[in-house]
Design a protein around this ligand. Structure first.
Ligand SMILES: [Zn+2]
Length: 1015
């Protein structure tokens, strides 16, 4: 153990070093330092228009002369990853526009030279006034909880009745060549919908593919598809709708029988929400506007009829479960303060007061809607009832009229019966050779200087209550004392990583404004101190341990922001070895690639959860870092993992800084525990997401934010009442970012039905896919991937066969009949099956798979929808003046016209595909070059040009980015260019290089499975 209370003149690195030559170079010795642009942070970091951070202008340093550059061999590994958004090994970035920002007083460079070593007593340098903290303007999104099995029913669709399929077994396709090519604009093999005469189902005799799931080999002729004409009333107006609230249910079919739509193009592609992801739980406890009028699906292709625009007969609305007059949803939940008595709860089941509780006996007692227990109303809560039996103050009390609200918790709800302290953020920065070489440390330190002004605040608070601390590390840890009374920060080194401890209490966690001068000084000095490091080895678990111990010592919850570059091979607890072995793919041992290498991280995570210590991990790997193991702690503590493969500050800073800003600023809750209560007959049985569970009911979250979703599976195991429906209450006890203990309550009332047909009429494909993907992605930890895939197919076939058997009218076995709401289940399921976790291509790394696996686990329904089925938007077809997003087309190469330009996004990746014969004027307008051949392939920034098309496309890119929780770096792909292979990976309706079936092939296979189940 070696604690240097009096700091050495140089940090005790592994190797002796000169006294930081760079330190005295002119650019840092009294000269203005790197620019520190003041960033106008928008709330939650939507794109900051016009802001491009200037690359750090630090001295570029050559690799150390002694010893080989540690990461050079890894370059080849970079850029493979679609999830990495390509390292620079693959993609040359275009010109990065640098906009010099106005310097604010607070970011003025220091007027005098810095002290060369951190703990040297020095005179406090005079600083300008601290930066004015810009107000975070908008309310940050609150936490969302989406239940997998809890959608309210959509308006009933038209045409729910006996199937009137016109499909004939004799194969009356005008297009006689059943297996002719898949013509552009031809209807795909699509689901029959009950009540709608549908597509000709594939006939067995005519379906060679149906008997074999082997996809056609690449290079052979394109496999034919089941081309069929559109028959009257064919339900292709129903895209996989992820409309504002992501309801899969297609809009009511309004085409009268007999309407001929021959030659019409295929169905609209999946639609994705331009709105916020996830179900927007309305304050009145039911799901919001998507259940109202469905949007019209204007014709996505020229000449296609508009669907849904013709009014159908009036639809009966499902019964309202909560009062429709409920107060409109506020930006954040109302906070209810019941004083010392605390929230009112049922004595038996402990459910919280909610609008479903029935007041009886003149208001003196209430009957619990979950367990029927009759409870006394405390005198201070008594109120008279009106003639309908409703409390006269119902509308004055959020907990009696709203679906979501918060209670202030009393001390009984606090750990050790003590109100919590405000949480802390600890920034833990890898300063090993790789982190320095890529420019990461300098970029990060520069950013933090301004970012610290935007720590989350509650309500109208002047400043954030969150305290901050700083640690740097390689194979030892350096703590920093940044107490406001110090003239210079002090470094303390902990080299005993086997038994890490916190060397200081006072001065480690500080208020940013009080210690601003010392913090700024520290952040200026860190890049210099380690500029010439040769240390390549890092530790990892001891870093988390140290952060957690620091929070424990300070008796508070908080978050660790870890910035880490390499596999932790230094001798220490949690040391890892490189165990990447692609030969395991498609073997029974493949699951080990997803499992953590050691149990040490689970143990550590458990300790973190007990302390309310959430870990966010930013990874900057050049090669395999074992994401499966490193992400265990973030995953179990409700944290996030960000991965930037082959990071180079100049190429990737926009993406990294954008993610970092959002992550640091967002509203977070800490030390949370969630419990879901239900009415009789239904119960929560399984949970998916980033959290820890020590028993079967309590979801423990060290941290929680609005980018995380907890999916809950409910089991129906007793009789349900159609009258009263099924009630759900989710209660989340947490510590706010200001240190207040609160309970957030969400209530939901669902309709029940006794008829299977009603069930199928009201199901939601997007939600099912979200659940099935999470279930499968968890399954790969324990089962061979093939087993997981097969069980998904079986599950889907059973769902569809059950419909066929019980709900559809008898018809030819050769006919594929799918429920209207599940028409797109096969196409989406196929996307899950051929996703990189379940069927990786050669270019997908083991780390990518582990990374995606844990990302998907916390995605909400909208995110999984676009992730598995990307949006493909044609850019030049819609009028230039149109301000709405162009309608998406199906993700298939056949939909690409070489005369057009397309944007493709899936929430993580963003491509701009340019057709080879696109008009020269378009090329000029967008890229400012004369011809297609002059466009730089792999460009990541479009030039800022003053013409309508350029503005429109850049605006659309900004808008797409603003909809996603992670920044999507743009990659320009030219038709026929080598980068096109990456792009084609996302054309999910086509057969994939990894052997994933095309949609058509998969549909044939699914049909075969269903027939087998029925026979
Ligand atoms: Zn109860």
């Amino acid at each position: 153990m070696n604690v240097n209370q009096s700091a050495p003149p140089v940090p005790p690195f592994g190797q002796p070093q000169p006294v930081y030559p760079g330190y005295h170079q002119s650019s840092y010795g009294g000269q203005p330092g790197p620019t520190a642009p003041h960033i106008p942070y928008g709330a939650y970091n939507g794109p900051v228009p016009g802001y491009q951070q200037t690359p750090p202008q630090g001295v570029s340093r050559a690799p150390p002369s002694s010893g080989p550059p540690p990461a050079s061999t890894a370059q080849a590994a970079c850029g493979q990853a679609a999830y990495a958004q390509l390292g620079q090994g693959d993609v040359q970035n275009g010109p990065s526009s640098t906009v010099q920002m106005q310097r604010l007083p607070g970011s003025q460079p220091f007027g005098s030279p810095l002290a060369p070593v951190v703990s040297q007593p020095a005179v406090l340098q005079p600083y300008g006034p601290p930066p004015t903290s810009a107000q975070v303007t908008a309310q940050l999104a609150g936490m969302q909880i989406s239940g997998a099995a809890a959608p309210a029913p959509p308006p009933s669709g038209l045409g729910y009745g006996p199937p009137t399929s016109l499909a004939s077994a004799s194969g009356s396709f005008p297009n006689s060549g059943l297996y002719g090519s898949y013509p552009q604009g031809q209807a795909p093999p699509l689901s029959q919908t009950q009540g709608h005469p549908g597509v000709q189902p594939p006939q067995r005799s005519a379906l060679p593919l149906a008997s074999s799931f082997t996809p056609p080999s690449s290079g052979g002729p394109r496999m034919p598809s089941m081309t069929g004409p559109l028959l009257p009333g064919q339900g292709f107006g129903g895209p996989p709708v992820s409309q504002p609230n992501h309801v899969s249910s297609p809009p009511p079919q309004a085409l009268p029988p007999g309407t001929q739509m021959t030659g019409a193009p295929g169905p609209p592609p999946p639609m994705h929400s331009p709105q916020q992801p996830g179900y927007q739980l309305q304050q009145n406890g039911s799901f919001g506007p998507a259940r109202g009028p469905q949007p019209n699906y204007g014709s996505p292709y020229p000449g296609a009829p508009a669907f849904g625009s013709q009014p159908g007969p009036p639809q009966p609305l499902p019964p309202k479960r909560l009062d429709p007059d409920a107060i409109p949803s506020p930006a954040s939940p109302y906070v209810v303060d019941h004083g010392e008595s605390g929230p009112l709860r049922c004595n038996r089941c402990k459910a919280y007061m909610c609008p479903f509780m029935q007041f009886v006996e003149g208001g003196r007692r209430f009957q619990c809607c979950f367990c029927s227990c009759v409870n006394d109303v405390p005198p201070q809560y008594f109120q008279h009832l009106d003639h309908t039996g409703k409390r006269v103050d119902a509308y004055d009390r959020p907990e009696l009229s709203l679906g979501s609200y918060e209670f202030l918790a009393t001390v009984d709800y606090c750990k050790n019966n003590k109100f919590p302290s405000p949480p802390a953020f600890i920034f833990m920065i890898d300063v090993s050779y790789n982190a320095i070489r890529t420019g990461l440390v300098r970029l990060l330190c520069e950013e933090l200087k301004s970012l610290l002004d935007f720590l989350p605040r509650e309500g109208g608070a002047e400043e954030s209550a969150v305290r901050v601390g700083f640690v740097t590390y390689n194979k030892v840890l350096h703590f920093y004392n940044v107490k406001s009374s110090l003239a210079q920060p002090q470094m303390m080194v902990v080299s005993d990583v086997a038994d890490v401890f916190v060397p200081l209490l006072d001065g480690f966690l500080v208020n940013v404004n009080e210690s601003r001068a010392v913090i700024t000084s520290l952040l200026d000095q860190i890049p210099e101190m380690f500029a010439d490091t040769r240390e390549t080895e890092t530790v990892f678990a001891p870093v988390i341990q140290a952060g957690m111990e620091a929070l424990k010592a300070a008796e508070c919850a908080g978050k660790l922001f870890l910035f880490h570059t390499s596999l932790p091979i230094a001798e220490a607890p949690g040391k890892l070895k490189n165990r990447d072995d692609r030969k395991l793919i498609n073997t029974d041992k493949e699951k080990t690639l997803f499992q953590p290498q050691t149990g040490a991280y689970q143990t550590l995570a458990k300790e973190c959860v007990a302390q309310g210590c959430c870990v966010d991990l930013f990874l900057f790997p050049n090669q395999y870092v074992d994401v499966a193991t490193l992400s265990v702690v973030p995953q179990l503590t409700g944290g996030s993992v960000y991965k930037y493969a082959c990071f180079q500050a100049e190429n990737d800073q926009e993406r990294f800084l954008s993610d970092l800003r959002r992550d640091v600023q967002k509203v977070v809750g800490f030390d949370a525990v969630m419990r879901v209560r239900t009415s009789t007959g239904i119960r929560a049985v399984d949970f998916f997401g980033a959290f820890y569970m020590s028993n079967t009911t309590d979801v423990e979250l060290a941290g929680l934010d609005g980018d995380k979703t907890v999916t809950v599976e409910f089991k129906h195991d007793d009789r349900l009442n159609e009258e009263s429906g099924a009630l759900l209450q989710c209660a989340l006890l947490y510590t706010s970012c200001a240190g207040q203990r609160r309970l957030r309550i969400h209530n939901l009332a669902l309709n029940c039905c006794t008829q299977l047909a009603d069930l199928y009429r009201n199901c939601e494909t997007d939600t099912l896919i979200n659940y099935m993907a999470k279930f499968a992605y968890r399954g790969v930890l324990n089962s061979p991937v093939k087993t997981v895939r097969d069980s998904l197919i079986t599950q889907c076939a059973q769902i569809l066969a059950c419909y066929r058997k019980n709900c559809a009218s008898p018809s030819s076995a050769g006919q594929l009949i799918l429920p209207e709401c599940m028409k797109l289940l096969p196409v989406y399921l196929n996307c899950v099956l051929k996703s990189d976790v379940l069927q990786p291509g050669a270019e997908v790394t083991t780390d990518d798979r582990a990374y995606v696996r844990q990302l998907v686990t916390s995605m909400d329904v909208a995110e999984t929808n676009v992730f598995f089925y990307p949006r493909l938007l044609p850019l030049t077809k819609s009028p230039i003046e149109s301000t709405t997003e162009p309608p998406a087309v199906r993700a298939s190469e056949e939909r690409l016209s070489s005369g057009d330009i397309y944007l493709l996004e899936n929430g993580l990746n963003l491509f701009l595909w340019v057709g080879a014969s696109v008009q020269q004027g378009v090329v000029q307008s967008l890229f400012s070059v004369a011809s297609f051949s002059q466009i730089t392939s792999g460009l990541s920034v479009l030039p800022v040009l003053d013409n309508p098309l350029s503005k429109k496309v850049r605006g659309l890119i900004d808008s797409l980015r603003a909809q996603r929780s992670r920044y999507m770096k743009l990659i320009v792909v030219k038709q026929e260019d080598k980068l096109e292979m990456l792009f084609k990976h996302f054309l999910v309706e086509d057969k994939s290089l990894s052997g994933g079936a095309s949609y058509v092939d998969f549909l044939c296979h699914m049909h075969k499975e269903i027939r087998q189940l029925l026979s």
